[in-house]
Write a protein that binds this ligand. Sequence first.
Ligand code: COA
Length: 380
Amino acid sequence: MAVNRGLEDVVAAESSICKVDGEKGRLIYRGYDIDDLAENATYEEVVYLLWFGRLPVKEELETLRKELGANRALPKELVEEMKKWPKHAVPMEVLRSATSLLSMWDADASENDRSANIRKATRLTAQLPTIVAYWDCIREGRELVEPKPEHTTAASFLYLLHSGKEPDEVAVKSLDVALILHAEHELNASTFAARVAAGTLSDMHSAVTAAIGTLKGPLHGGANQEVIKMLLEIGEVANVEPYVKKMFAEKKKLMGFGHRVYKVQDPRAFHLRKMSEELCKGANQMKWYEMSTIIERLAKEEKKLNCNVDFYSASVYHVLGIPRDLFTPIFAISRISGWTAHILEQLQDNRLIRPEAEYTGHVDLKYVPIEQRKEVATAK
Ligand code: COA
């Protein structure tokens, strides 16, 4: 049996949701190029597109927006629970745990048919941003305000995060585009985890909980937090070159660079770079953008590495005033649309996902009673 480490180049599903063209650097959601969507669509239109396979007409979009708006509040019992959690808890762990708990109050908890799952997907897409915003308020001792039904996902998140301060247009637009860019990416690790869980006919909340836990890792969604940590550590434009060269000399990985599928530039990085430049300029904090461009140049020159979605999103969120450990949760509140689209697709033509392993252990050992076993330094 040939083993593809990390399942590289293994095609594990048929899907009509998303195409990642790693050679040409193209990303397509349901037939639409990400460039087109980032420039013209809203996040809610993209959610509809991912779930139902086509762009909505006006009434359909209005209905989805109303349903999302009506479902942003969290069960009171969950909020009371969250208030008891340790204030140092990592937001991704809070999001993972709260999402899991949400199923206990979900009206369709015991149902697993398509219409129940679309209702669950709607509720989860509405509730995840509230969890993230509320957690930041709870741990920092800020007021929790009720969500406003008329807000979009991006506006609601910023409004709840800032305890009822209406967000400005530039911040809402920037976050909305970031949500579009992060919404879907074929069989990435967290989506695969979601499909594996859904494939056992487990429930949608379990599948999304698995996905959130998978996204958390620094090799996946956790990279954006590591990028801003690095930029803050570097501190000044003049420090960039020695810092990056030292990292390369020590063979350390540069966060926000490299990709399993893209062999050329990640198309999402183009939009985030542009957004980073505009936002840094607007906030009079150009050094984050300048430092980022130097890192990008050095990575290309010295290691032939391209940046990925996580690199410029870091400076974007930082300049928007979002705390570092909310960066990966923001990825999750966008990717929930892609995860749920994949869960729905998996269940439409389900087969248990169960690969095999090439066994490398012993086969002929005989049981030895414990009194007769010799002490060994390490067991194989
Ligand atoms: N910095 C430095 N070197 C890198 C690198 C990075 N960010 N990404 C890949 N490489 C190098 C590896 O060291 C390896 O070199 P080698 O063959 O000389 O050992 C080679 O490129 C292949 O990398 P590998 O980690 O095996 O690729 P992968 O396909 O398994 O992993 C990632 C893909 C995304 C996990 C990997 O590029 C990475 O760890 N990037 C940083 C984390 C990140 O930004 N994740 C977000 C992804 S959207």
